[in-house]
Design a protein around this ligand. Structure first.
Ligand code: PLP
Length: 437
């Protein structure tokens, strides 16, 4: 197996740790669950990353999803540079916001109006506030293993038992702030029903159910069709708003995110990642009736100094225009994702390593697990030590997978079949070594 030098990354990480909490600005970047030192990146192009030690990697993280055209796409880059020259931020509206809003609305069924924010966290937090205002209820339901950003009410873990009010999953979150959040089991309609019953009996009634239609934050675990459809009917029956969190899957799993795979539409939908083309953009949208409750039309407060930032809007606009002009790109991305996951599956089978794989458009996932993964508890039964060994081996051979078993992988448009073949050749050597241990 090749072995790379990481000396400059090690030095840069040590320097960062002196002045930045944990040395990183988002925890998964620290490589805690796979060991080793986080790569410090010097530059990137297309499918490839180059670290500060001048090692080159094929990049299956793609900034955690946003870069569907790969690094330094020349159209996005050009739009960013030209827009930046006219001023970075005005705190006043520009036509770019309307242009990006129109683009999203033309792609996503069921959205009439939208509002832009700067992150996925803000999008889901604001959508929940709006749902509570609209329904005049306080409880919300989320599913174990789904991630919707780091706002207080969403940092919950399930209490004991199946469907319960959640407990804070992080110190610093008062239990008063999570006492309206019920936690249900993904792909289990009965557990959502129990949560609704519990809220109607003991709580204030459920304002909204929020979920990732194609969960990508416990590894890749899609909703089953009957589950998502059942959830839609359940929400309708109880006057609950369904918030479809497409921050990851939107414009990624397909142009219209989960809408290509399911006929289910959210009352509110949240976006992030690809919508900003690599710049910080989030958004939430829904019917005009609901969205018009937002200030200044309505009384629900929501704001942001850099919301709708022109440079970020320009990047997102070009990304979505390019995707809409070339919807066939998703077939190409999906075929590469399948080539990779099918290849890994065959290799693992030949070494008697259990592997579960999944592809949704340009998103892929694999679990070192003997059984199908349908929810978070299933995912947790995966062999994380084996993932760490695989990750390290691949990194040392110039392949950058997410530094955690519980993340999705991403294909970008500049990858090709030959690159995937090379990755599989490297994987064969790494897996052979792992299987000997
Ligand atoms: C990434 C993500 C978020 C949070 O977005 P940030 O921009 O990191 O705040 C929310 N929901 C989903 C489904 C995500 O994948």
């Amino acid at each position: 197996m090749e072995s790379l030098e990481f000396l400059n990354s090690i030095n840069d990480f040590n320097a960062a740790k002196q002045v930045i909490a944990g040395g990183v600005n988002s925890p998964v970047r620290a490589f805690k669950s796979v060991g080793g030192t986080p790569l410090f990146i010097a530059h990137a192009k297309g499918a490839y990353l180059v670290d500060v030690d001048n090692n080159t990697y094929i990049d299956f993280v793609q900034s955690w999803g946003p870069l569907i055209f790969g690094h330094c796409d020349k159209d996005i880059e050009e739009a960013v540079v030209q827009t930046a020259k006219k001023g970075l931020s005005f705190g006043a509206p520009t036509p770019l916001e309307t242009a990006l809003a129109k683009e999203v609305i033309s792609i996503m069924e069921g959205i009439e109006k939208i509002r832009f924010v700067s992150s996925g966290t803000e999008a889901t937090m604001s959508a929940i506030r709006l749902a509570r205002a609209y329904t005049k209820r306080e409880d919300i339901i989320k599913f174990e293993g789904c991630y919707h950003g780091h706002s207080d009410a969403l940092l919950v873990s399930a209490g004991s038992g199946l469907a319960t009010f959640g407990n804070p999953s992080s110190p610093g979150v008062p239990s008063d702030f999570t006492k309206h959040t019920l936690v249900a089991t993904y792909n289990d309609l009965a557990s959502a029903e129990s949560c609704i019953a519990l809220s109607e009996k003991q709580g204030s009634g459920v304002a909204c159910v929020i979920l990732e239609p194609i969960a990508g934050n416990m590894g890749l675990v899609p909703s089953e069709v009957e589950f998502l459809e059942g959830l839609r009917s359940l929400c309708d029956k109880h006057g609950i708003l369904l918030i479809i969190d497409e921050v990851m899957s939107g414009f990624r799993a397909s142009l219209s995110g989960s809408q290509e795979f399911y006929k289910v539409r959210g009352d509110l939908t949240t976006f992030g990642k690809v919508i900003g083309g690599g710049m910080p953009v989030g958004a939430f949208g829904g019917s005009a009736e609901i969205m018009d409750l937002l200030s200044p039309n309505g009384a629900v407060y929501q704001a942001g100094t850099l919301s709708g930032n022109p440079v970020a809007m320009a990047a997102g606009l070009v990304a979505l225009q390019k995707l809409r002009a070339n919807p066939k790109v998703y077939k190409h991305l999906e075929s590469l994702a399948l080539q990779l996951t099918n290849g890994l599956k065959e290799l693992c089978a030949s070494f008697k390593i259990p592997l579960q794989t999944c592809v949704r458009g340009s998103m892929f996932g694999f679990f070192f697990n003997a059984n199908p993964v349908k929810n978070f508890q299933d995912a947790l039964k995966s062999d994380t030590k084996m993932y760490a060994a695989f990750h390290q081996g691949m990194l040392n051979s110039g392949v950058y997978f997410a530094p955690s078993q519980f993340e999705s992988g991403f294909i970008c448009a500049t990858m090709d079949s030959k690159m995937i073949d090379e990755v599989l050749q490297k994987a064969q050597i790494v897996l052979q070594e792992i299987s000997r241990v």
